[in-house]
Structure formats: C-alpha cells, structure tokens
Design a protein around this ligand. Sequence first.
Ligand code: FEO
Ligand code: CA
Length: 569
Amino acid sequence: MIHDNDTSNYSGNRPFEDVLRASLSRRNLLTRSAALSATGFLAALAGNRNVVNGAIAATTQGTSDVVAQGSDVIVAQRLSPAINFSPVPVAAGSGPVPTISSDYQYDVLIPWGTPIQPGGPEYTGDPNSRPTASQQTQQVGIGHDGMWLFPIGNGNDHGMLAINHEFGTNPHILGKDNPESLEDVRLSQHAHGVSVVEVRKQNGQWQVVSSNNSRRIHVNTPVTFSGAAANSNLLRTPAGNPALGTVNNCANGKTPWDTYLTCEENFNGYFGVPTDGTFTATPEQRRYGFSAEGFGYGWQNFDPRFDLSNPAYKNEENRFGWIVEIDPMDGSQTPVKRTALGRFKHENAEVVVGQGGRAVVYMGDDERFDYIYKFVSESNWRSMRARGISPLDRGKLYVAKFNEDGTGEWLELTIANPVLSAQFNDQAEVLTYARIAGDLVGATPMDRPEWITAAPNGEVYCTLTNNSRRTPAQVNAANPLGPNPDGHIIRWRDSNNYVGLTFTWDIFILAQDTHAEGDERTFSSPDGLWADADGRLFIQTDGPQQKGLNDQMLVADLTPALSAACLRE
Ligand code: FEO
Ligand code: CA
C-alpha cells in the first residue's frame, strides 16, 4: 500500500558524499542468508544468547528461526553456527517459493484458515469458497506479520506463538472487490488482528496443539485503554459503543515481563464514507491520513463504526493507532491499548531495560516524513509492576531530532512543554495527536521509519524503508537522499544507557541501485530488523528490489563492534 501524509519540510545540507563515506567506513560485511520471494518479516527466535569472554560466541546450533512470509509461517532450522552459512547468490530465486540457504530447512506452519485448535473449522484456501465470519474467529487470520514465540517450559520445542495479521485485500479475503453485506465485512474484520496459538515440535515438525489459551483477537474483540488518554472524551463516541478491536497489526514487540505488543499501523485506511456520503476531514484527521475513500475495504458501508460521516461514531477513529498489550499465556485477558506510547502509525515496539531498570520502548511511525519516538517508564519496571502499575502506563514519550553534526535530542511530548500546552488541553490530546505534537516540537521527518532493534552493545538500529517524495531541498543529514527510492538504516546510541535525552548517530548503510552487480548493498526497502545477542543483524526487505531481484533477508555481522564493546565493559 502507498502511504502518504501532508507534513514535511526540514532541510539539511550535509554533503551526500560525506555521509556515504562515513557509512562505508563504519559498516561491516553483509551476507545474504535467504532470498524470500514475497513480503516477509523477521520474528523472534528463542535461542542461546551468550557472549563469552568478550567474543561473540556461536551458540545457536539447533535453535529455530521463525519467519513470517505472506500468509504462512516458515520455520527454519539453523544448522550451522553464527553467520557461517552458505549464502544464496544475489540473483537466485523466483516465484512463490523462497530460495533458502542450503544450511537451512523450512516447513510451512499456520497459513490463513488454519484452525487455532486442532479439529476446529478449517479453510484450505479454496478460491471458490470462503470461511464464514464466525468460522474465521476460530482460524488463523491473513497477512502474517510481526510475531513472537513465548516458550512454555525450558526447551525450545513448545510455546505460544503470537502473530499479527496486518491486512488482506477484499479480492483475497472475500473473492470480490467490495463487501456486499455485513457478513462480508465481518469476515474481513475477523481475518485481521492477532492469533495466539500453542505450537509444539513433535517428531521434528512444528504443529498447532490444543490449548486453553489459544485465541483470536480481531476487529470486534473487546479491548480496554490505559494510560493518560484512557478516560479522555477523545476516546468516547456519542453512541457510547464499547471499545472493540485492533486492526492493521504490523510489527510487534515483547516486554521484559513476557507479554506481546501488537502495533496498529495503517488504521486510517479502514475508515471512510459510504457511497454518496460527504465528509470534510478535520486537521487532526488529515494529519492521520483519513479520507472518504480509505483503502477501499468498504467497511463503512455496513458497519457504522467505520463511517467517518456518522456523528454517533465521532472519535471512533481515535481508538486506533495504538500499541496493544496481549498476555499470550492467558486467553481470558482483555487486550490493553497503552495510550502513554502515543498514537501514530506504529511499526514495531522495541523494548529494552535502561538505566535504573526503566522500560524503554523505541517506536517508528511508518509514513513519509514521520518520526521516531521513544517512551521511558517512570521508574524501575519491576518495582512498578510490584506496585500494580504497568510500566507502559506511566512515563514520558519523546520524539527524535537528528542534528546535522551526528548528535541528536529526544524532545519531550508532555503538556508541560509550553509549545504543546499552547495547542493542546491536556496530555490525552498530546498522546492522541502525537504526530501533531511531534510537528510542533521540531522532530526530524524521516524516510518511513519501520522496525527498530537494539543491539546488545547499546546501539539502536532503525530501517528507513524509502521515501520517493523527498526532494533535494528536503534532505537532511539523517535522510541524505532526495528522492530516496531504496531506503537506508540509521543507528544511534542514547546517553545514560537508553534513558538519556541526547544521542549520537550515524548511517549504518544506504541501499542504492547505483551499485555494481553483486555489490552487497544491492537491496531496496529494508524493513524487518532484528539484532540478536550474538552480533548478527537480520535485515528483511519489503518492496520492489533493485535489478529485478526478489525480496531478501540479509544478515550483517556486527561482531567487531560488539567485541570492542564487550572488551570495554
Ligand atoms: Fe506494515 Fe510499515 O510495514
Ligand atoms: Ca514496508
């Protein structure tokens, strides 16, 4: 999908060649691990993560990497240590089947329609039939994206797999361009959201097993709000309808207390105006990309919650665009939308523990010219939880400003800031319209922030997937190309062990199509990103690739940098 917005306009002057030189001198070797032929996102792996004697130990023998691709999950068994595997040649791979390193093997797990409990209603993908909306609530959804495996027991062969279902088009889900009934809309809504399924490796193969805690969370599942905006009128409708559902669940996160975070990204596209209706967007709605047409799902024709012109459902759209916390081990838990983390088009949520045991959450807003945020909990996460307070409910939200000289600042998004109190009435408004707050404080507009990941040495990496609309006049040091068709990866290090308000940054790599055949930078649209504790940075692409290549998964070896960091400690 193409996403856009109406803000922009910071310019910078750092010469491109300087940036490129810096990037080349500090970059480490990239190796292709697998060429994936369709959209794919990296998910977590529960493996050994030991750093021994200041060196990066290769301790991942036999662990499993779980990778989402399209509407399937592929389980790859890592057979060789560290980054020492047979790479897939740059030009290899085509068609719907992934080309994968000979050192890995894969199975397909939980495609769309798989019953979340063995023996449940199954949809096998027959294009001439569809599941009912009711059946879909008992089946794995569509458009697999971010996910996390929460281990059960001590081994690595059993766990709760929480997985996002970002989106599916009407032709894909319904077999037609437009819904023709509320039943059609409900089927589409139930195919979105999150699945939590219990999976177990039996006889060498992962499979779904029966569970008390497997569940589907979709667009009509009861949810609650917490944090400073929870009781705001901005999250209430005149109709008084209860808060329901999550949608366009893109990437994800995992908290130190072992819950799952699902991130609502392009929620705006599910709202619209019925055929022949009229609608004039407010400035706030414009800033979040709402339009009469939406993305063409047509839900508003049969479900008034998604009708922007229906006064009874005013503010319903403010109930989306949040990060939602799910307990994968408790199927009866009501998902909680954590408003303190701000409302925008959330990509993922990288949670780390910073100085004083505070929970720090890094988040990207995936839109052209939008921002990178971080949240810092009020105090030590263990102590907060011992007092019955969620670390994600109390704390401060910040937005990033990247200076031209390689330094940066985290700008506070609180109502205490006079710039914000001049525009907003309370903290609930600041959080609900976090994008506008970011505009006002002078955040740096980025080239579509996607995933963020923290390496074990304290460096934080973010994929900036591309920005075809940045003009030469709009380049800045952190976004040095205008246009930027192929994207780049930026990294920074915060002061005070993640919680400080200043940082230093540089560009890790620029993806460009000007490179020669075979050059390791020959990739486009970096998206999924994961730094493991052993010094590997996994990079997944999502978008048209240079030279007609398929989407790819690459691995960068961060070992020299990490070794140095470990030795210093
Ligand atoms: Fe859903 Fe920004 O990828
Ligand atoms: Ca993407």
